[in-house]
Design a protein around this ligand. Sequence first.
Ligand SMILES: C[S@@+](CC[C@H](N)C(=O)[O-])C[C@H]1O[C@@H](n2cnc3c(N)ncnc32)[C@H](O)[C@@H]1O
Length: 203
Amino acid sequence: MDERLRDSLAKIVEFYDQRKVGDSGPLGFRRSSDLATLLTCSERLIREGIIIPGETAFLDLGCADGRVNLFFSYLVSLSVGIEIDEWTLDEYGPLRSSLEAALEKGALLPPPENIFLFQGDATDKSLHDAIARRTGRTLRSFDVFYTYLMMHDVFAEMLAESARKGAIFMVYGLDAILPQYPGFRLLRDMSPMEGILALYERV
Ligand SMILES: C[S@@+](CC[C@H](N)C(=O)[O-])C[C@H]1O[C@@H](n2cnc3c(N)ncnc32)[C@H](O)[C@@H]1O
């Protein structure tokens, strides 16, 4: 990772981690991933060839305000998110504008034009069709899927049917006990990364 990219990612981490949502209280259901943790994980994800800079197609199932998409957009070729709550997804634009101003002020890299966020149910096939029309990618041609725990088992079932062999399903928010999903192999030597991110390979 070159220095300007690293500094840009550090700014993104600082920006969003100061604005985490719902660790407790009424918005607990839409907890935010800790981007500092993802930054630490991303070095190894790249080293292990799980994320190939400029090549990987990434999909966050339940993307909320799109922060994980924004973070990974710098490291992948395509960063797609799906969020069921319109009002949650609405936060993406204003947050992104403030972030862009902060990046510009620091002469850092602006977000690449590879982020596409969709409102709807991530298990809805007609939405997958809409994503394919817009991005040229069906679920089968995404390389890495991400989710923050909530619907992990439902999403795993969907991906067992729709994802290609070798695709990676990352589940954030896990601890010592790691679930098994039919159709997936837990990458035991890597999981849980930073004690919280488990990786599964579609077999
Ligand atoms: C815990 S938040 C995680 C947000 C973001 N991915 C992150 O890690 O910071 C989970 C999000 O999934 C959304 N969600 C739940 N079920 C969904 C579904 N079936 N389709 C799309 N989004 C869903 C929720 O509204 C919530 O915003």
